[in-house]
Design a protein around this ligand. Structure first.
Ligand SMILES: C[S@@+](CC[C@H](N)C(=O)[O-])C[C@H]1O[C@@H](n2cnc3c(N)ncnc32)[C@H](O)[C@@H]1O
Length: 285
């Protein structure tokens, strides 16, 4: 946090002045305030209570740099270094997908399943760990494993585990379920990459700044889901479940993939926007 006002600070600009300039540049009061908090290393109440204090040159430069990056399109969550998911703050950086609100549907569905108290649960493509860590926090008895092919993402997930004060989940590096070969799970969840290689959305908004390994999956976006569904059927115990998040227009393609793999009771669930977003399959007991 910026230290107390320094009498040797020759710069006469106040925190309030710098904040007002950032708000004008961004034309977004909330984002300007969040970036100022990041630059000054403080919370919003401290920021507002100290708006008449002189701003230290380093803090001012840091705020200006953040505003510039925001104007260039960098996601506010990356600039602030965190995003809230299911009521908890997750550290994020450019190596992980920014947790999305629609993924909370997958959490709700997982928590609604009738699973053993000590259920074995695997989150494939764990990224920031937001799914695995949320499930571990909500169901302390579950033994949760998160796997990802990105070592950088796993480092973020491990940091988040420490930040949330959780002992689990374990985080494992590798391709889909390959590093867990021979292990069985009562529930496998995944928010895999599902964007088509040439989807124009990749050139817009936040997606431009997120890792392509977290987003793209072949010509129709289903390459990873196809491989995952088959691997998951092998790894799920009899009576167990698979929950997969997918693109807004992919449910009608994902359901047949689950049925072909052998899953029953296949059904797609709608997110708050009314979009079929998560498909569930059960393995017959
Ligand atoms: C859409 S992101 C989801 C991240 C996080 N679970 C969430 O919901 O915010 C997909 C994640 O899958 C990982 N991934 C992509 N292909 C993979 C593969 N073949 N094996 C394991 N992880 C993979 C990416 O590195 C990325 O972290």
């Amino acid at each position: 946090m910026q230290s107390k006002p320094d009498s040797s600070c020759r710069h006469s600009e106040t925190i309030g002045d710098a904040l007002a300039r950032a708000r004008r540049s961004l034309d977004n009061r909330l984002e300007a305030d969040l970036l100022a908090c990041r630059a000054l290393g403080c919370g919003r109440s401290w920021l507002y209570a100290h708006d008449r204090d002189p701003i230290e040159p380093l803090s001012r430069q840091a705020l200006e740099a953040l505003v510039e990056q925001r104007l260039a399109g960098r996601p506010i969550a990356q600039l602030c270094g965190e995003r809230e998911f299911y009521g908890r703050a997750f550290r994020i950086d450019e190596h992980v997908l920014i947790p999305r609100p629609e993924t909370e549907l997958l959490i709700d569905l997982a928590l609604s399943l009738d699973l053993p108290d000590r259920a074995r649960v695997c989150d494939v493509g764990t990224g920031s760990g937001c799914i695995a860590l949320t499930l571990a926090a909500e169901r302390p008895g579950w033994r949760v494993t998160g796997v990802d092919c990105s070592a950088e993402a796993l480092a973020v997930a491990s940091d988040n585990r420490i930040g949330l004060g959780l002992e689990g989940p374990e985080f494992v590096h590798g391709d889909l379920l390959e590093p867990l070969s021979g292990r069985r799970f009562d529930l496998i969840v995944s928010n895999p990459p599902y964007v088509a290689d040439d989807d124009p959305h990749l050139q817009r908004g936040d997606l431009r700044f997120e890792p392509s390994t977290a987003l793209v999956a072949g010509p129709d976006g289903l390459d990873v889901i196809r491989r995952l569904v088959d691997a998951a059927f092998e790894a799920i115990t009899d009576g167990g479940h698979l929950l997969i998040e997918h693109g807004h227009d992919q449910a009608s393609q994902v359901r047949p993939l689950l049925r072909q793999a052998g899953f029953t009771r296949v059904d797609s669930h709608r997110d708050l926007a009314g979009i079929e977003r998560v498909t569930l399959g059960a393995k017959r007991a």
